[in-house]
Design a protein around this ligand. Structure first.
Ligand code: NAD
Length: 480
């Protein structure tokens, strides 16, 4: 059985403990590889390597650093099919989605930041007749990057690319549920000639490896994407150590649909924004709010299209909904369907585990569920489910839609559907979410700030925000 290895100081190595954990293929419910059960000793070795390589990497001429990163992106493109297949097997997501979203974006992330670093500039401020200030932005040091399982290589590269481009060296930890593409990526880094120690990947459990990264005194900057509960724990450890923190956390995103929307476009995109990646995207809209005059028509057509989605073998190119990430996560999603029933919800379709015949008969598949009849403040409408489950609720007035939309502890993203431009801007302005899409969803320009308000996170990724995050500003004032 394939053994995944850590990538430390330029080499693929076994964990200090010599112990390994099982890694499953969720579509088959079967262990298919083994992952290092690393601990604080591995993190210490990785951090030492990253510290040693920092001076060389941060002072390397920019064009050279960019060239190495672009080489890594080229190798991702070369291995596109292999990486897409690996991502699909490791996560249970349709291979077609791994191609169109995950792996193409992983390559784009690296290209974007490799070239952005060439244009990154700092400011100068003239106080007429008195002084001139100039600001330098230098790489902070060793960055800790911790990523989740839902978009494995996509989110892993979204963190390490700006860190490396800014001149930091990195100790990274992918999710223990989806380690495979990060392992393949480490092989590409070696092939591309990334200097040893610049990127270190330590595999293993969150409360061992992740916690050791957060606690390490020589890692002053932490970029984390994952659940809100984990984010809270990380902040509790890192804040008293005065570490710089970026937290990208959970969501309970509203999808607000006005009666004057372009119905076909709204419907087509809302199906995607609800169920792409089995609903396991932090940006999926899980609460659909529909203006009452459109409500019946919307619900009827939405249910019809949901029922038509093909749930099946992720390796079949026709599949739209693959397997959930694990048995535990599937059971969590199913428990929310039960909760929704207890709270008075009507399950219009889906919500049950389904058996796929053949190789996937033991996989973790759930039919996409549409629920109505719930009020806004019930748990089903307040807590992140992170699966193929949406609720639909009617609203009468614009103000009511805004109140419903804002009425959760989260504030990651929101979607607005209307042909009324004034209303679109007005509503967007009042929503307490970091990312708003009007008449579209998941349309991403990598230059824009990305992140959530309230319990959806602290800080922003994307564009200059991430390069600023991984650098420390120093202002120098000169009297004229
Ligand atoms: P998680 O919080 O369980 O794990 C995320 C990562 O943190 C994993 O690598 C895990 O091993 C590690 N970890 C766990 N405990 C840790 C600890 N004590 N210290 C350090 N690291 C620790 O999240 P998940 O289940 O992997 O991912 C799903 C969650 O991620 C959802 O809530 C989803 O909304 C969120 N998410 C947010 C965004 C965003 O951009 N805001 C993007 C994707 C996913």
């Amino acid at each position: 059985m394939l053994k995944i290895l850590n990538y430390i100081d330029g080499e693929l190595v076994s964990p200090a403990s010599t112990l390994y954990l099982d890694n499953s293929n969720p579509a088959e419910g079967k262990v298919y590889s083994r992952i290092p059960d690393s601990n604080e000793q591995d993190v210490a070795r990785a951090t030492e390597a990253a510290k040693t390589s920092f001076t060389g990497w941060s002072s390397m001429p920019l064009d050279k650093r960019t060239a190495i990163l672009l080489k890594i992106a080229d190798l991702i493109d070369r291995d596109f099919e292999k990486l897409s297949l690996a991502e699909s097997i490791d996560t249970g997501k349709p291979v077609a989605l791994a191609k169109s979203m995950d792996i193409s974006r992983a390559s784009a992330n690296i290209k974007f930041y490799a070239t952005a670093a060439m244009h990154f500039a700092s400011e100068s401020h003239l106080m007429e007749g008195e002084s001139i200030n100039y600001t330098t932005r230098s790489a902070i040091g060793v960055a800790g990057c911790i990523s989740p399982w839902n978009l494995p290589l996509y989110l892993f590269t979204w963190k390490i690319a700006p860190a490396l481009a800014a001149g930091c060296t990195v100790v990274a930890k992918p999710s223990e549920l989806t380690p495979m593409t990060a392992f393949l990526f480490s092989q590409l880094c070696i092939e591309a000639g990334l200097p040893k120690g610049v990127l270190n990947i330590v595999h293993g459990l969150g409360d061992k490896v992740g916690q050791a990264i957060i606690e390490h005194p020589d890692i002053p900057v932490i970029s984390f994407t994952g659940g809100t509960i984990t984010g809270r724990k990380i902040a509790a450890t890192a804040a008293p150590m005065f570490k710089k923190l970026s937290l990208e956390l959970g969501g309970k995103n509203p999808n607000i649909i006005f009666a004057d929307c372009d119905f076909e476009q709204t419907m087509e995109t809302s199906i995607r924004s609800s169920f792409s990646n089995q609903g396991e995207i932090c940006l999926c809209g899980s609460r659909i709010l529909v203006e009452r005059s459109l409500y019946d028509r919307f619900v009827q057509e939405f249910v019809r299209r949901t029922q038509a989605l093909i749930v099946g073998d992720p390796l079949d190119e026709k599949t739209k909904i693959g397997a959930l990430i694990s048995e535990a996560h599937m059971n969590k999603v199913l428990s929310y369907i039960e909760l929704a029933k207890q709270e008075g919800g009507k399950i219009l379709c889906g919500g049950k585990q389904i058996k796929i015949s053949g190789r996937c008969e033991n996989g973790y598949f759930v039919e996409p569920a549409v629920i109505t009849g719930l009020n806004q403040n019930c748990r089903t409408n307040q807590e992140e489910i992170f699966g193929p489950v949406v609720t639909i609720m009617p609203f009468d007035k614009e103000e009511e839609a805004i109140t419903f939309a804002n009425d959760t502890a989260y504030g990651l993203s929101a979607t607005i559907w209307t042909e009324n431009l004034k209303r679109a801007h007005r509503v967007a302005h009042q929503l307490k979410s970091g990312i708003i899409w009007i008449n579209c969803w998941l349309l991403r320009d990598l230059r824009t700030p990305f992140g959530g308000m309230k319990q959806s996170g602290v800080g922003r990724e994307g564009g200059w925000e991430a390069l600023r995050f991984f650098t420390e500003a120093k202002n120098v004032c000169i009297r004229l």
